[in-house]
Design a protein around this ligand. Structure first.
Ligand code: ATP
Ligand code: MG
Length: 491
């Protein structure tokens, strides 16, 4: 598995990779004016690396919550929990390696800083055995690590700044890699910015920011003008995880969108409308009192969220067999898992996919169906998937017998064995090579021939070809034989 992801292309159209492993060790700073495309860039990086590494997003605008559906990030609405609850959630995130988005859009500035500080400090303080690698992405980092005292109390500023400094300066050893984005370098605390060795600089108008950006990129001051001329979505990149020389990158497309984006101009209401009357009209129903809380789906209580985090399976990795209580009753859960397996097995060409990709797909589908902790590791999954491909139904006594005699057959061979044995049990025609190839996930007739030879050597089957060239296969353990069938494909 490659540890690089493509973030975009250079002026010649060549892909520009970012080495995620190197990024974990050397961190990243993104700067650009509002609308230069920083959040888009972070989203691209997050989407592309979602299956490679745990991700924690500190999201002041609540933009990244849309990662939840396709990538399974757990969303934590920062406005819905107490400080203690946030700390408990953060501790569990380290333990279970869950990818999360901490959405802070429902909070006032000071509360955003407090919440992020508590959250980051707890991630940082995790016990040594939980120092797994994770990208910690902080958008609008100047909020949490301001260069100068502002409107918030000194105590909150100190807390927040300390958490960000720890993340950037001492996080690496603990597996935490800071990726921070800011509109203005001059507004970001110097010691926080200084710890990043990778930079992606977007369009920057103010001289003071441009000069700092040019310094970080090692560019001559007079070359710095080009930073002013960068188009939206274009960045200059430098650093051990990106390139040894400054490289121009156009950031590639993303699969998800920020929540509530307004695209371009929206037509104004027709001029004829009596706006005054509309504004002054009595409301038909009492209007809600404005409050700082976000409108939208209600936040889960913290117990439910802890459970979601506990059942989180890092994308692309094996599941821990969950011992946590599940949201579903056990039976309902088992039925849900079987349904997902059947759905997956019905996908065309599924048997040709590598098991890791199938397992990831399976985990994602379970999550979409809110099956918390499907309880399978990759080995158990492989077997269950093979049974699903063969169409096995454990509740059916005929199938139970077949599964018993297939008990010792290897996981990767069990599906073709079962379809042959099933045909024998019912006295149906022997599956032809094309069908066996589909079930086995091969396009090579030679492999099917070797598979049958292997089964025969193991005493599982007896192949018989009659003088007319028709093949039938007997299953000694069943005392049954398939009906003979013409073989067009013999390899
Ligand atoms: N590489 C790109 N390709 C296509 N669209 C892009 C690209 N980069 C940015 N955009 C679009 O431009 C708009 C502004 O981008 P984005 O929100 O990422 O800017 P930003 O730098 O985060 O701004 P702010 O600092 O105000 O949050 C968005 O609608 C985004 O979808
Ligand atoms: Mg942004």
């Amino acid at each position: 598995m490659s540890a690089s992801v493509i973030i975009g292309s250079d002026p010649s159209g060549a892909p520009v990779p970012v080495d995620i492993e190197e990024l974990l060790a050397t961190r990243l700073l993104v700067q650009g004016n509002s609308g230069s495309g920083k959040s888009h860039l972070l989203r691209r990086l997050l989407e592309e690396s979602a299956s490679l590494v745990q991700q924690v997003v500190i999201d002041p605008e609540g933009d990244f919550v849309t990662l939840a559906e396709p990538f399974g990030h757990v969303v934590i609405d920062g406005s819905a929990y107490s400080g203690d609850e946030i700390a408990r959630l953060a501790a569990r995130i380290r333990k279970h390696r869950a990818s999360v988005v901490l959405a802070l859009d429902g909070l006032e500035l000071e509360a955003q800083m407090r919440c992020a500080a508590q959250f980051l400090a707890t991630l940082f303080d995790a016990p040594r055995e939980e120092w797994y690698p994770a990208l910690v992405v902080v958008d609008e980092a100047q909020i949490f690590a301001p260069a100068a005292a502002g409107d918030v109390s000194d105590e909150v500023r100190r807390l927040s700044l300390a958490a960000m400094t720890n993340l950037m300066c001492r996080g690496r050893k603990r597996g935490l890699a800071g990726i921070i984005a800011t509109q203005r370098l001059a507004k970001l605390a110097k010691n926080v910015a200084a710890e990043a060795s990778n930079f992606l600089m977007g369009r920057t108008f103010l001289d003071i920011d441009m000069v700092r950006a040019a310094d970080l990129l090692g560019m001559e001051r007079r070359q710095a003008e080009q930073i002013r001329d960068l188009a939206r979505g274009h960045f200059l990149g430098l650093g051990p995880a990106i390139s040894r020389r400054p490289v121009a990158v156009k950031i590639g497309d993303v699969r998800t969108r920020a929540r509530n984006v307004i695209q371009g101009l929206t037509p104004l209401p027709a001029a004829g409308q009596d706006m005054e009357a509309l504004l002054l009209a009595e409301p038909a129903v009492p209007e809600p009192v404005p409050c700082a809380m976000p409108l939208g789906p209600e936040a889960a209580d913290s117990g439910e969220l802890l459970e979601q985090i506990a059942s989180y399976v890092p994308a692309g990795e094996e599941a821990e067999v969950s011992t946590e209580p599940s949201l579903f009753a056990a039976q309902e859960q088992a039925a849900g898992v079987s349904a997902v397996l059947a759905e997956l097995a019905a996908e065309p060409d599924c048997t040709f996919q590598p098991v890791a990709a199938l397992f990831q797909d399976f985990t994602l589908r379970c999550r979409m169906k809110r099956i918390a902790g499907h309880g399978l590791d990759v080995t158990a999954f492989r077997r269950r998937f093979a049974l699903a491909v063969a169409g096995a139904d454990e509740a059916d006594p005929d199938w139970a017998e077949l599964l018993r005699i297939a008990g010792d057959v290897q996981d990767d061979l069990v599906a073709p064995f079962l379809v042959i044995a099933r045909a024998a049990q019912r006295g149906e025609p022997c599956p032809d090579d094309a069908e066996l190839s589909r079930i086995y996930g091969t396009s090579s007739p030679g492999r099917i021939r070797r598979l049958l030879e292997h089964f025969e050597k193991a005493g599982l089957i007896v192949v018989r070809t009659d003088f007319g060239g028709r093949r039938s296969i007997g299953i000694p353990a069943l005392g049954a034989t398939t009906a003979p069938v013409d073989q067009d494909v013999t390899g």
